[in-house]
Design a protein around this ligand. Structure first.
Ligand SMILES: *Cc1c(COP(=O)(O)O)cnc(C)c1O
Length: 379
């Protein structure tokens, strides 16, 4: 894809994925079958042994995770505004009040001190986001969650394959959610997962994903009804990821380490090119963090982000902006949230654009992006 449009993210699929999907299509199981079980087991291996359930999207994963945590009316969820709106929207859909706390200026991740100030007696979940693939300060956030008697959720839509202080993402928080959307670090087209070391939380998640159906006789209220009998004890939805997509996920997981190293190489190439340019700010890596770089967030100083965005788009470079502060969406504005609430997140948003970053980029693609940025800056 050397000369035409470069998207900011793109899936990397090969013959392995095509063969895996074709095999499922020729078999007996299209929806819930052996590939789901296998994908969940393979996923757990990448999460330091933490069990996981596959769901239909990252948004479904968040909706399921909040349900599993018992989030409902009267509860508060403390989270970052520098995220895709789904992190907050899914909590609001459960009837919770979303309390936005500001982000760290360098990483763009939820600031533990801001989260502490935002937490209160009604806080049920503290939801961190691993922005761009850099793990949030989960140890400090765990302390915040524990002192509020709340659960720690990690929205790891950007960070599967990352680690913090030697522990893989997925094994750290009480509950971790993933997205396998096409532009993410690995894809099942649409898909996601919820991981938790807590058997109770995982069981709640598995139930909510499948209508809340109870099939085990020992757990049923009316076990003698007949062998066909299943019953619902709590409402749920159908968020089951089908076998055919889990087969795609199994093949993608085998490449996760290779994806991670290529993403890191590209990230480093950008870092080197922009080091020492004082018109832009490049992403940081904190001590102990081993990011899985999903995004390369470049920050343009002096209010030039929009002009840089337009310059790059005019050159066929598909930059993106991640993210408008969640509470700027009119749906939150109409609930009374006002601009100015989280100044760091707002400044971050106003400066940020995401450069193309995906394993299939060649070095010359990357250099084309670098040249276009430097040309704009006159550097
Ligand atoms: C992509 C994303 C989601 C939602 O995932 P989908 O699979 O697109 O539903 C949630 N949170 C963050 C931070 C994301 O980037």
């Amino acid at each position: 894809m050397a000369s035409d449009f470069l998207p900011y993210g793109r899936q990397s699929l090969g013959d392995d994925e095509i063969a895996a999907v074709a095999e499922v299509l020729r078999g007996d199981w299209l929806t819930t079958g052996p590939s789901v079980t296998r994908f969940e087991a393979d996923l757990a291996e990448h999460l330091g042994g933490t069990p996981a359930v596959a769901v239909t999207s990252g948004t479904a994963a968040l909706h399921v995770a909040y349900a599993a945590a018992g989030v409902g009316a009267g509860d508060e969820v403390v989270t970052s505004p520098l995220t895709f709106v789904a992190t907050a929207a899914t909590a609001a859909l459960h009837g919770a009040k979303v309390v936005f706390a500001d982000v760290e200026q360098d990483t763009g991740n939820l600031d533990p001190e801001a989260a502490r100030a935002a937490a209160g007696p009604n806080t049920r979940v503290v939801a961190a986001v691993d922005y761009a693939g850099h793990p949030a300060d989960l140890d400090a956030l765990r302390t915040v969650a524990e002192s509020a008697d709340a659960l720690l959720l990690e929205d790891a839509a950007h960070s599967i394959g990352g680690a913090l202080n030697g522990r893989p993402v997925g094994s750290i928080a009480d509950v971790t959610t993933f997205s396998f959307f096409a532009t993410k670090n690995l894809t099942t087209a649409e898909g996601g997962a919820v991981a938790s070391p807590s058997p109770d939380l995982l069981a709640n998640a598995a139930a909510f994903r499948n209508h809340g159906l109870v099939r085990e006789k020992a757990a049923q209220r009316y076990p003698d009804e007949g062998d066909w009998h299943q019953e619902v004890h709590a409402f749920g939805l159908n968020y089951r990821l089908p076998d055919v997509l889990c087969a795609l996920g199994i093949a993608q997981l085998r490449k996760l380490a290779a994806f991670k190293s290529r993403r890191a190489e590209i990230h480093q190439r950008y870092d080197k090119a922009f080091a020492g340019l004082d018109q832009v700010r490049t992403p940081v890596t904190r001590a102990g963090a081993d990011p899985m770089w999903h995004l390369y967030p470049l920050r343009a100083r002096d209010g030039r982000r929009k002009a840089l965005f337009e310059h790059l788009r005019s050159k066929g470079i598909g930059v993106q902006v991640n993210y408008i502060p969640a509470y700027w969406h009119p749906v939150f504005e109409d609930l009374g949230y006002r601009r100015g609430l989280c100044p760091n997140a707002e400044r971050y948003y106003e400066e940020e654009l995401s450069l193309p970053l995906f394993p299939g980029l060649t070095d010359s693609d990357v250099d084309r992006v670098i040249d276009a940025v430097r040309e704009f800056l006159g550097a």
